[in-house]
Design a binder for this molecule. Structure first.
Ligand SMILES: [Zn+2]
Length: 358
């Protein structure tokens, strides 16, 4: 899916002049780990990757016991703060933000930002009574819903977010959701739905939404989970956030594990600042592992799979021609330790944001 040109604007970090060579004991390319591995960056892109590269470079990082990875893509945030870069996240998708502050996809302060803008809902629907009326866009009826999508797309929305949350008020009806999905698809945008329990999830499946912005939880049941799998709907897990919901959500990691068993796809999203991290949420990665993903599948969920989800692949991979959004962390990233949130090296779009001393 084409999402338009990503403007390379803004500042932050020092520009790479000439080629940069990175060597480490491991390079995770978005799918598999190359041991040892090397990466050559040139002009804001990855020029080459391999076990060994016979290359000359103006600058070389020999990192030893470390893993080089694609910069992480957080598919569910409510922040655009470039501070995320220093914690290893080079792309955020902001799924709830005031209309007046909605911006087209681009780099802002060096961070690649994709936005949904405000969440489409009904008058008095979630999130209006719950926590944030300023990030809601209420609609009445299918025609109004289509109009709202056109406004969002016109202001630069990269994705359309809707709320299907019966616990806090009325919800969009089936005709309204179908109108939103149809209008969004006309404009090459995915529709992602906030859901918590089975009521909103059933409606999302029936209306043909593309993605769920949280793992449905609270003894969700196999029939509903199976319907999500069969519809090909990806789920941005946000397990670290929703396990904090307490009794409402029950045991979301168990629900996620069942979803994975049934063949469902989990993607990485933190819902920051609802979890207090300013970069990669290593606990979320460990919960994805607990839900049954292999360590490399966990890393893919926040890199190559996330890049595909936002329609910007090869973003999220370390392959020739991909953007030079690269991080390196201490040790073996497959161990999913907190080192992931404290990278040694961060390069975003050809600028060094963080580098080892010396
Ligand atoms: Zn959220």
């Amino acid at each position: 899916m084409a999402l338009g040109v990503l403007a390379l604007t803004g500042c932050g970090g020092s520009e790479l002049r000439g080629d940069v060579l990175i060597r480490a004991d491991r390079v995770f390319d978005g799918e598999r780990t190359i041991e040892p591995g090397a990466l050559l960056l040139r002009g804001g892109e990855i020029a080459a990757v391999g076990e060994e590269l016979d290359a000359q470079a103006e600058r070389t990082f020999d990192l030893g016991d470390a893993t080089v990875l694609p910069g992480f893509i957080d598919l569910h945030t409510h922040v655009n703060d470039p501070v995320m870069l220093r914690g290893g996240v080079t792309t955020v998708r902001n799924l709830g933000w005031p209309l007046a502050a909605l911006r087209p996809p681009g780099r802002y302060g060096g961070l690649r930002v994709l936005m949904a803008g405000p969440i489409v809902t009904v008058p008095d629907g979630y999130p209006i009574p719950a926590w944030a009326p300023e990030i809601a866009l209420p609609v009445r009826g299918a025609a109004d819903a289509r109009r709202a999508v056109r406004i969002l797309v016109g202001r630069g929305a990269a994705v359309v977010k809707i709320a299907l949350e019966p616990r806090f008020g009325p919800m969009l009806d089936l005709a309204e959701i179908r109108a939103i999905v149809d209008e969004a698809h006309r404009h090459d945008r995915l529709v992602t739905a906030h859901v918590s329990g089975h009521g909103g999830t059933i409606l999302a499946v029936e209306a043909g939404v593309d993605e769920l912005a949280h793992m449905p939880c609270g003894s969700i049941g196999d029939a509903v989970l199976r319907s999500v799998v069969e519809a090909g709907i990806e789920v941005v897990a946000t397990l670290d956030t929703i396990k904090g919901y307490g009794t409402i959500c029950g045991d979301p990691v168990r629900d996620a594990a069942r979803f994975v068993e049934l063949g469902g796809t989990l993607l990485y999203g933190s819902d920051v600042p609802n979890v207090r991290v300013t970069g990669i949420d290593a606990e979320e990665l460990r919960l994805l592992r607990e839900a049954g993903l292999t360590p490399e599948a966990v890393l893919s969920a926040g890199t190559s799979r996330a890049g595909e989800q936002v329609g910007l692949d090869p973003l999220g991979t370390l392959t020739a021609g991909a953007p030079a959004d690269v991080i390196a962390v201490r040790g073996d990233a497959r161990a999913l330790r907190d080192d992931l949130a404290r990278p040694l090296l961060v390069v975003a779009g050809g600028r060094i944001v963080r580098a080892p001393r010396g």
